[in-house]
Design a binder for this molecule. Sequence first.
Ligand code: ADP
Ligand code: MG
Length: 323
Amino acid sequence: MKEFDLIKHYFAQQGLNRKDVVLGIGDDCALVQAAERQHIAVTTDTLVAGVHFPVETSAHAIGHKVVAVSLSDLAAVGAEPAWISLAITLPSIDEAWAKEFCRGVFELCEFYNVQLIGGDTTQGPMSVTVTAQGIVPFGKHISRTGAKAGDWLYVTGEIGDAALALQHVFGNIKLAQPFVENSLKKLNYPKPRALAGQALREYATSAIDISDGLLSDLEHICQGSKVGANIVLDDLPISTAMFETLGQEAAVEMALNGGDDYELLFTVSQDNKVGMETALANVGVTVTCIGQLNPSEKITTTLNSKPVLIDKKGFEHFSENNV
Ligand code: ADP
Ligand code: MG
């Protein structure tokens, strides 16, 4: 099997057909229909074996994750996902691997009505890159720059479990048997918060998806919006698996600094709190208020109403602290 067979037999096999795809896989470019009075949101993410996922990760999980992380970026700006392109580099052609990888990609595409419209296939050390495009009504996107002092800080779902699972995979932590399956699911099959992101268009003053760690990503909102924040650590949504495995202090630290959550961190004004909570409950997403913004341009934390010092660092490429 060669490059073109791989494309034809696997990547070009998606059944779903969006009406706005004028030209799909097989030509020099894909063509999509741009709608009037709408923005197209565009984002690219690469996953490199051994850097973004442990080398033993299943092909199915890699396929899911590479799409999920891109859809998560679209969610953070409030875009409705529509089209993806896939650039894939493989050491050799392994049909069983390709089949499982595509199953992961297409399951998520079908769920969100997303079409794979093109890509590139090359030989080399394994890495996968997805460019995702989504649609936002004119002027309705959410950015990192709109937060105001006084706004409330919220997060979707629970945080820290993907980092916990990664430490388990590395053998640094031993998870109790009842926690293993769910934690690994958080790491390998993150849920992009696509519906929550779209619902937040009407309410959020800013948003970001948590990929590098809550603190690091909050810092992006604070810098972008020129505000500070206090996080009430007692209120962080932390799973039982995290608490029971690590104890409160280490669980809080992992929830703040661990990456790969792909939950949304966002801000809303006092006036929009109730409306937002209702809208997100309607799309089945739990949210937790974890603090409030202030004019200080600093991030502080309190535990049991007392200030505590926090040490930041989510994962940063090219940082000297990485091992
Ligand atoms: P070109 O030489 O014009 O760049 P290619 O030979 O790389 O085209 O690809 C042929 C067609 O297959 C193009 O439409 C391209 O978008 C698509 N394609 C290539 N690789 C992938 C992939 N991994 N996933 C989806 N589509 C792909
Ligand atoms: Mg090409």
